[in-house]
Design a binder for this molecule. Structure first.
Ligand code: 87F
Length: 482
């Protein structure tokens, strides 16, 4: 078999450049990098090993965080009886067109139809009302990892918009408003840590406006990131639910004074959308670029040999592999049926942060050629210092990706003082920073005129008169959004 034939199974290169058509580029990267594939049901994707590996890393990091503060994982049923889902009508009202139902089994109709969970507040609170009796049962700090189904009709995009996606949903109950508030911000800070320090994506944080908050919430906090297509993407959200759910679900406890009170609850979530953000923010014309701290493969080793030096090169490569394998996530790519060039392309497409290229020259000089995926630099590194050099390089890549993403975010923020400036900033796909009174009335006017809403009102926002009504307000971010 000649080399051409040997690797002709698929064309690895991308046909679209990121900034020529970012939406097409995105779809091509997701499929060709083998992150995900489409299925027979529109909006339902297959999470292939690369994206599932990223998700497992996210799970590991986030589990470590929440377990350190006493949270525990649980699993509730995916089927929710209609009567339960409709118990707190207000929160479900706007969402009901998206709920998918199981109505029959085999040949018989069910007595009561069952919702496939779009979110689990109702089924979880049904249990909480049985489990919580006294202040000694609080706080109750539970989380679940699961998938949810929301029957969207907008055009699906892998990870960013789909009908079934993976997430975690945390649901906690507390004895006081203040305790619940502390929880909301504790979790928001975990999310911020995960997203900035592991996914290398900077966020802006703040409250959602009254129009944009979760209808069931007392208030909603969120982390938003800015994508290179000029649209913001909500990365995670953490809600203070006050007693909005504990009252209809009758979750009551006897406080220390022996009086009966309703609990205060919170809920918070982060989904596989964040994988879409990783692709959009860090990817380039060659494919994915994965931050080392989240990459399922941090280093790929590619041996390059001819028949007469094969054993020398493989032996040396294996020695390198063994020296590094306990410290890093490594793929020793010694597959026989692929050429080194093909493996190079594949590793670039899949975004592996570092590639070690080892040929006979490297063996003779006791060095390794190290390729940095994010900058395309090649370095010759002596084997004696390889481990520490790799540590430094991975740290460098992590920092460089975050710095580039920060530049993307901050270069796109535009402060505006009038609706004219607002309009032109929006045309340029900017992240607009404008005075806003917070009222639903003014935000609805903006929504009507420009088809966008606010993203967040930063926690430390300065005072600024509203761009619509001129009344007292604070700065808020506005932009298109995913
Ligand atoms: C779609 C259908 C039915 C969002 C829905 O943000 C219900 C809903 O309640 C729904 N889409 N929501 C809001 C989810 C609130 C909250 N749940 C826990 C979160 C984070 C995780």
């Amino acid at each position: 078999m000649d080399n051409n034939n040997k690797n002709s199974k698929k064309n690895l290169g991308l046909s679209v450049k990121k900034y020529d058509n970012i939406s097409e580029w995105y779809s091509e990267v997701v499929i060709k990098s083998e992150l995900a594939d489409y299925s027979k049901v529109s909006g339902c994707i297959v999470y292939r090993p690369l994206s599932y590996g990223i998700w497992e890393n996210i799970q590991e990091i986030f589990n470590f965080m929440i377990k350190s503060s006493g949270h525990k994982n649980v699993y509730f049923p995916m089927l929710i009886p209609e009567s339960l889902l409709l118990k707190e009508k207000e929160h479900i009202e706007g969402f009901s067109p998206e709920v998918a139902w199981v109505t029959e089994a085999g040949n018989s109709k069910l007595n009561e139809k069952l919702a496939i969970r779009p979110t689990s507040e109702t089924i979880i609170y049904d249990s909480y009302s049985k489990w919580i009796r006294s202040h000694r049962d609080l706080p109750l700090l539970l989380n679940q990892w699961c998938s949810v189904v929301r029957w969207e009709f907008k055009h699906p995009k892998p990870f960013l918009r789909g009908r079934e996606f993976l997430w975690q949903e945390g649901h906690t109950a507390h004895a006081s408003f203040e305790d619940a508030e502390k929880e909301v911000f504790l979790i928001l800070n975990y999310y911020k840590d995960l997203i900035q320090n592991y996914l290398a994506i900077p966020v802006i944080e703040g409250y959602k406006s009254s129009l944009e908050k979760f209808a069931g919430a007392h208030y909603t906090t969120a982390l938003e990131s800015f994508m290179p297509d000029g649209k913001a993407l909500q990365m995670a959200t953490s809600h203070h639910l006050g007693q909005n759910f504990s009252k209809p679900f009758e979750i009551k406890f006897f406080n220390k004074k022996g009086e009966e009170e309703y609990v205060y609850t919170t809920s918070w979530g982060l989904s596989t959308r964040t994988i879409g953000a990783l692709v959009l923010v860090h990817g380039d014309d060659k494919g994915l670029v994965l931050p080392p701290k989240i990459a399922p493969v941090q280093i790929v080793i590619v041996p390059i040999f001819k028949e007469d030096n094969k054993s020398k090169v493989l032996e040396f490569s294996e020695k390198i592999y063994n020296a590094l394998k306990d410290d890093f996530k490594i793929f020793f790519d010694d597959r026989e049926n692929y050429t080194p060039g093909w493996k190079f392309n594949e590793s670039e497409l899949k975004g592996y942060p570092l590639r070690l290229e080892i040929g006979i020259k490297e063996v003779e000089d006791n060095i390794v050629t190290v390729f940095k995926r994010n900058t395309f630099e090649k370095l010759k590194v002596n084997v004696d210092v390889l481990k520490s050099k790799i540590k430094t390089l991975l740290d460098d890549i992590q920092k460089e990706l975050f710095e580039n993403a920060k530049k993307l975010l901050y270069d796109n923020i535009v402060k505006v003082d009038s609706l004219d400036e607002f309009e032109s900033a929006l045309k340029n796909n900017k992240l607009i920073y404008a005075g806003f009174c917070g009222s639903e009335e003014c935000e609805s006017k903006i929504k009507e005129q420009f088809s966008i809403t606010s993203r967040v009102i930063p926690f430390d926002s300065e005072e600024k008169n509203c761009i619509v009504c001129s009344k007292k307000g604070k700065y808020a971010y506005f932009s298109k959004s995913h």
